[in-house]
Design a protein around this ligand. Structure first.
Ligand code: XMP
Length: 555
């Protein structure tokens, strides 16, 4: 491939047009379908599109752009233009990715990226894609660069660096590098090991060898901001209140006089979804709250109270605790537990929906990470670790049209929307709680007795974490009832009791997580209280594993 590339080299000149590059790129990489870009007229809607090549950071890029109040969506590198045109794109960011551009079959950017004449910024692998598709050469670097580096700006007039002071601290993570610049491109910034750490064509195509989206690049958000404002000309008008108004209109239009049902879980996603839809269509929405017997202490009361008293919504409350417990008898396998709970949930939901007569729509609080996980390059081929019964599955089995008003929001954006909707704070800031509830925090068979033990221990963990004012900053904190019993001594007596594990983690999106370094004193209080106040527990351990390799929930 490299020899082939050599023979197509054209001399660098500043006025080589993108179309010339494309002809070369097509010769090198094969014919791609011809394409006539038809952009929507510049309206209020503006989107930065992230072309995903399977980077673990694609979601972070989107979050950072949205933090600039510019709407951003992630699409797979093989997405058709029609999908992108409807977003009214203002520019493209090509993500990083695990491949090497010089390997056969490496994913490349579709030609519409260049033919649309919209600004493009490639990050890491995305930069190498640009370099290779536009006639440069990429090969394996002598040294892998991973971690902190210092970036020196060599072109102070480049708008990408507006208001930045050189040198900058940046985060590198790459093995490949550009060894020959594509025609018309030049280096705009360098590091000790990368002469081409930032490249550009003097107009609106840029490549960054480092990752501006990670917090280890402290001025990275400003670089992304410069790209979206200065180079793409975005206005930055994407805010929760605007999203709220647009969503309400969209829901009214979609639903008309139809009937919608929604299952509340007590969590922020379903609460925001239900409240949003209620604002749009009022009593044509019916919400169910299904008590599967696997909830935490006082949870059903609190959820009902919030919705009925604070939000004035009528909720259908269904207590099917006994039925779930019966189905879970003797079930010990984690995946089997999930399947039993998922199936039972659907049955109960269908029974309740049938009582309402004709129902047209099912509302779900699906968030953007769930959507991206199932549609983009990075996760298309990912192995299934656990089946999450509230994501996917449900709608295809049930014959309703789906409404997912949060499907393009991150968790923190859903929370902001909750604030714009005046939801009570404790609901907005509730830590995530899994659909299968305490069943996947009890190792082995789920019984009434074990549920009571776990509820009591979990109550103490929550109470102490809240008292220590750590509840909001932790992604999740909870107790797990292990299948282990151990010997202890209380007073003069031997005990043989349950082992409780405490788990507290920090995370941004639950895809990765770090165990939280809780203060020892806090851990000591939690442990003391659990062994003193919860019958049949005589030992407490703290889970010090991150995700990966562990998962957040134990089952
Ligand atoms: P894991 O254990 O896979 O969890 O690291 C990642 C996040 O997902 C939550 N979780 C679930 N949420 N239904 C849900 O609604 C489920 O079946 C489920 N399983 C795990 C978990 O609490 C964590 O936030």
């Amino acid at each position: 491939m490299e020899n082939e590339l050599q023979s197509h080299r054209i001399s660098a000149s500043d006025d080589v047009e993108v179309s010339t590059y494309l002809e070369i790129a097509k010769e090198l990489h094969g014919e791609q379908p011809t394409f006539e870009p038809k952009l929507l007229p510049p309206g209020e809607k503006e989107t930065i599109v992230v072309i995903d090549f399977g980077s673990q950071y694609s979601m972070l890029i989107a979050r950072r752009v949205r933090e600039c109040h510019v709407y951003c969506e992630i699409v797979s590198y093989d997405a058709p233009w029609e999908k992108i045109a409807s977003l009214n794109p203002r520019g493209f960011i090509l993500s990083g990715g695990p491949a090497s551009v010089y390997e056969p079959g490496a994913p490349l950017a579709p030609t519409y990226i260049y033919e649309s004449h919209l600004p493009v910024m490639g990050i890491c692998y995305g930069m190498q894609v640009i370099a290779s598709q536009l006639g440069g050469r990429v090969s394996l670097g002598e040294k892998h660069e991973y971690g902190h580096a210092i970036l020196h700006i060599s072109d102070d007039n480049c708008p990408l660096f507006a208001n930045l002071v050189s040198p900058l601290h940046i985060w590198m993570s790459h093995g490949d590098q550009i060894v020959e610049m594509p025609p018309g491109f030049k280096s705009l910034a360098y590091t000790e090991n990368s002469p081409n750490a930032v490249i550009g064509n003097g107009e609106d195509i840029f490549g960054l060898q480092f990752h501006p989206e990670v917090t280890h690049t402290p001025q990275g958000k400003n670089i992304l901001g410069n790209f979206v404002y200065q180079i793409c000309g975005c206005q930055g008008n994407w805010t929760p209140s605007r999203f709220l108004a647009e969503s309400i209109d969209k829901i009214r239009e979609q639903v008309g006089k139809g009937k919608v049902i929604c299952a509340l879980s007590g969590g922020v996603d379903s609460a925001v979804t239900a409240t949003l839809i209620y604002r749009a269509i009022g009593d044509n929405l019916t919400c169910f709250f299904i008590n599967n017997g696997l909830l935490r202490r006082e949870e059903p009361e609190r959820v009902l109270n919030t919705f009925q008293r604070n939000l004035n919504m009528d909720i259908v409350y269904v207590d099917v605790s006994e039925r779930f417990l019966e189905r879970l008898r003797k079930v010990v396998d984690p995946e089997m537990k999930r399947r039993v709970i998922g199936k039972e949930f659907i049955e109960v939901f269908e029974e309740q929906a049938a009582k309402l007569g004709k129902v047209d729509f099912l509302a779900q609080g699906t968030l953007y990470p769930d959507v991206i996980e199932s549609t983009t390059a990075g996760t298309k081929a990912a192995a299934k670790i656990k089946s999450h019964h509230n994501v996917g599955g449900l709608p295809t089995i049930m014959k309703f049209t789906l409404i997912e008003p949060l499907r393009h929001l991150f968790k923190d954006e859903a929370r902001e929307l909750g604030m714009a909707l005046d939801l009570p704070e404790d609901m907005i800031w509730r830590q995530p709680f899994p659909g299968p509830g305490l069943a996947i925090r009890i190792i082995g068979e789920v019984t009434k007795e074990k549920l009571e033990v776990l509820r009591a221990a979990d109550w103490i963990v929550m109470n102490e974490i809240k008292k220590a004012k750590l509840y909001r900053q932790l992604w999740q904190s909870f107790a797990v009832l292990t299948d282990v019993k151990s010997v202890g001594v209380m007073g003069d007596y031997r005990t043989y009791g349950y082992l409780i594990a405490v788990r507290a983690i920090n995370s941004n999106d639950a895809m990765t997580a770090d165990w939280s370094r809780l203060p020892y004193d806090l851990l000591a209080r939690i442990s003391d209280r659990i062994v003193n106040e919860v019958a049949n527990v005589n030992r407490v351990v703290y889970d010090i594993t991150s995700k990966p390799p562990a998962t957040i929930e134990w089952e």
